[in-house]
Design a protein around this ligand. Structure first.
Ligand code: 6R9
Length: 660
């Protein structure tokens, strides 16, 4: 059955892009088709713009067979060299690479700590820390380490130092709990964790080292911990022989220390980043070095129109893929100035972002719909207070952007004239694949769309059988051909890689999103087609929340679904079947919520918990979350032929209505 989709925006907008000539969608279609004729040649031309220690022999190889693709095989390069040494040697030595501000602020809301690191400063610190990793902690190419740090410059320093040695790092978002951290450290078998004594978040100090200590009770592979003193807590417990202070390790490493960047193979993993799937534990998405660098280079040019004097502000946290690609590696690869801030958009006041834009003259602003909606609630004055006229380009990412949020930001920060797109991509894709491309002079903008696939990207929308679908009809987003920057595999689980992404439609990458393509070839990504939800732009598997719930002794079964929320996009609600002998109560409700927060983290706060005696299931015993979701969102139930017991749906309905 096909669904025709009413797209939220009708208008086409020609923004000011500061170029002589714009490309219209028809012309873009032709250029796009051209780019797909020989994707190896196309991407090779872009790859040549980077510096390789050794050129590749073959641009694309399926090894041992599809879908295990390797890009730029035979080539050697180093991500830390490309993002640092190249600029230090090439005339950007004294250019500011990172502007950082901490959270603590004075009476008038100005940050009390600001650090500006030039490319030279950053290069030196990365070399010194690489020396520590290599010579004091004995790490070698191919080893894995965990990084669990707040948003301070030492976080990218640690990432780049690891990359310099070919050490594979996995950054764990500093809002995650000890359990979530331990799971990731264990799966990646990390030898080292780099952390801090603590970090600031909305005026509170989060004691990160304590969380690491708790995680390490269950993480036997970790032999050492490096602790950077961020907050200055004086009661940090240090385990002798295991834990070291960053500043002590660095104290006798001279400022001019140089560590040769390891010329790694193009397909050498740069990092692993864990992300939620529909079932099972989080997946360790593995990214290569060569393809990833090439995709970032292309997207920085096309999507962000990267220029020499840009100040690039991506509001994400480095703990998510957006921060990896578009705070750290992308902007530094292009030799830009990138902004890093510690804290939250609405603390100390809801103008934190706008104050940052004004203070540093931000030109490129990359943010999320949830962030925009959060700030919208505080009204226009917080925005109007600031001079945002330096902004020349904006994009959003993470979830579909709703018309109100788009208009609000375009009017207030975009002065109704700058390009403002919604870039589609995911952890697995490494970088943006579908987007308006102001850097290619592609207009018009269509608000709310993700735009057309970028050059070299063979994206499409297909029906249940994998056949192309009519424009305007809802289907599944797929990528028909490999692209540089794509995940190599799932860490230690190649079968799951094949199953998750390449099996629904054989030969095509299945993204897990619903999408519509319009007559101009612009894509509108509508949201997840599977049981992944996006809470405030953060990806959570309903399965993870359910697994947390059933840890509680009172819970027999649980179903979690995402329901629309005006600010956070989606929020999770839980339906819980209790074990015999337990009664529903407010106290139990609170306990269950705590359990989830403890296991997954504060982003996973349940917006509601309903108690029922049975859940809707298929005859084969699979929980039909789709039906639960239909009930709470007031949609029609659709096909219920596989439902085992109709009374279960009635119960779900009743529980929900009683609450209303
Ligand atoms: C980068 C990132 C990926 C999922 C993806 C989709 C949703 C991301 C979007 C978007 C509509 C956009 N998504 N960008 N939906 N418009 N511009 O968010 O990665 O955390 O792995 O999430 O996010 O549903 O499948 P990740």
């Amino acid at each position: 059955m096909s669904v025709t989709w009413a797209l939220p925006f009708k208008e086409k907008i020609i923004p000011e892009i500061g170029r002589e000539r714009a490309i219209d969608p028809e012309e873009y279609k032709r250029i796009h088709e051209e780019s797909l004729k020989d994707i190896e040649a196309f991407w090779s031309n872009i790859a040549r713009e980077l510096e390789w220690f050794k050129p590749w022999d073959k641009a694309l190889v399926a090894d041992p067979q599809p879908p295990f693709y390797k890009w730029f095989v035979g080539g050697r390069l180093n991500a830390s060299y490309l993002t640092l040494d190249r600029h230090v040697k090439g005339g950007r030595k004294n250019k500011v690479a990172i502007i950082w501000e901490g959270e603590p602020a004075d009476q008038s809301g100005n940050p009390v700590e600001v650090r500006k690191l030039t490319y030279y400063d950053l290069w030196r610190e990365v070399n010194r820390f690489a020396y520590v990793l290599k010579n004091k902690l004995g790490l070698r190419k191919g080893d894995t380490i965990g990084i669990y740090m707040p948003m301070i410059p030492e976080l990218p320093i640690a990432m780049l130092a690891a990359a310099r040695l070919g050490v594979i790092f996995t950054v764990v978002f500093s809002g995650f709990t000890a359990q979530a951290l331990a799971d990731r450290l264990n799966d990646a078998e990390t030898k080292l964790v780099i952390t801090t004594d603590g970090g600031y978040r909305r005026g509170r100090v989060i004691r990160l080292k304590e969380i690491v200590d708790k995680a390490l009770e269950q993480s036997p592979t970790v032999k050492n911990v490096v602790v950077y003193r961020r907050v200055g807590l004086n009661d940090v417990s240090m385990v002798k022989g295991r834990d070291y202070w960053w500043h002590e390790l660095m104290s006798d490493v001279p400022a001019n220390t140089y560590v040769e960047p390891e010329p790694v193979e193009s397909e050498h993993p740069l990092y692993i980043l864990y992300t939620s799937g529909t079932t099972g534990k989080p997946k360790g998405i593995v990214h290569d070095t060569g393809g990833y660098m090439v995709l970032l280079h292309a997207t920085m040019k096309w999507v962000f129109d990267a220029r020499e004097d840009d100040i690039h502000f991506c509001t994400a946290d480095i703990g998510w893929v957006t921060g990896h690609s578009y705070i750290v590696f992308g902007p530094l690869l292009e030799g830009m100035t990138t902004i890093l801030y510690e804290g939250a958009p609405d603390y100390p006041n809801p103008d934190r972002w706008w104050a940052i834009v004004e203070r540093y003259g931000v030109t490129i602003f990359y943010t999320s719909p949830t962030g925009i909606r959060t700030l919208m609630r505080f009204g226009d004055d917080w925005v109007r207070k600031h001079d945002l006229s330096t902004i020349r380009l904006m994009h959003s990412v993470g979830e579909p952007i709703n018309p109100e949020a788009w208009r609000w930001l375009w009017k207030l920060a975009g002065r109704k004239k700058v390009p403002f797109g919604s870039t589609w991509w995911m952890t697995e894709t490494g970088g943006i694949l579908i987007s308006h491309a102001p850097g290619l002079a592609l207009v018009p903008l269509k608000p709310g769309t993700n735009g057309p696939p970028l050059l070299g990207i063979d994206a499409d929308v297909v029906d249940d059988n994998g056949n192309p679908i009519q424009p305007g009809q809802r289907g599944y987003l797929v990528i028909r051909r490999p692209w540089p920057g794509m995940l190599l595999t799932i860490w230690k689980d190649p079968d799951r890689y094949v199953r998750t992404y390449w099996s629904k439609f054989p030969g095509m990458f299945y993204a897990g999103d619903y999408a519509v393509k319009d007559e101009d070839g612009y894509f509108w990504i509508l949201g997840r087609a599977d049981e992944v939800i996006k809470v405030a732009g953060h990806r959570l598997g309903t399965y993870e929340l359910e697994s947390a719930l059933i840890q509680h002794p009172a819970v027999a079964e649980a179903a979690v679904v995402g329901v629309p929320d005006p600010v956070r996009g989606e929020v999770p609600v839980a339906y819980v079947v209790l074990k015999q002998g337990y009664q529903p109560s407010e106290q139990l409700r609170a306990e269950l919520n705590n359990t989830v927060r403890e296991f997954v983290g504060p982003i996973a706060t349940l917006s509601n918990v309903f108690f029922v005696t049975k859940l809707p299931k298929t005859r084969s015993g699979k929980i039909m979350r789709r039906l639960v979701r239909a009930v709470v969102t007031g949609q029609s139930l659709g096909d219920v032929t596989t439902l085992e017991d109709e009374a279960s749906v009635e119960e779900v309905k009743k529980a929900y209505e009683e609450f209303k």
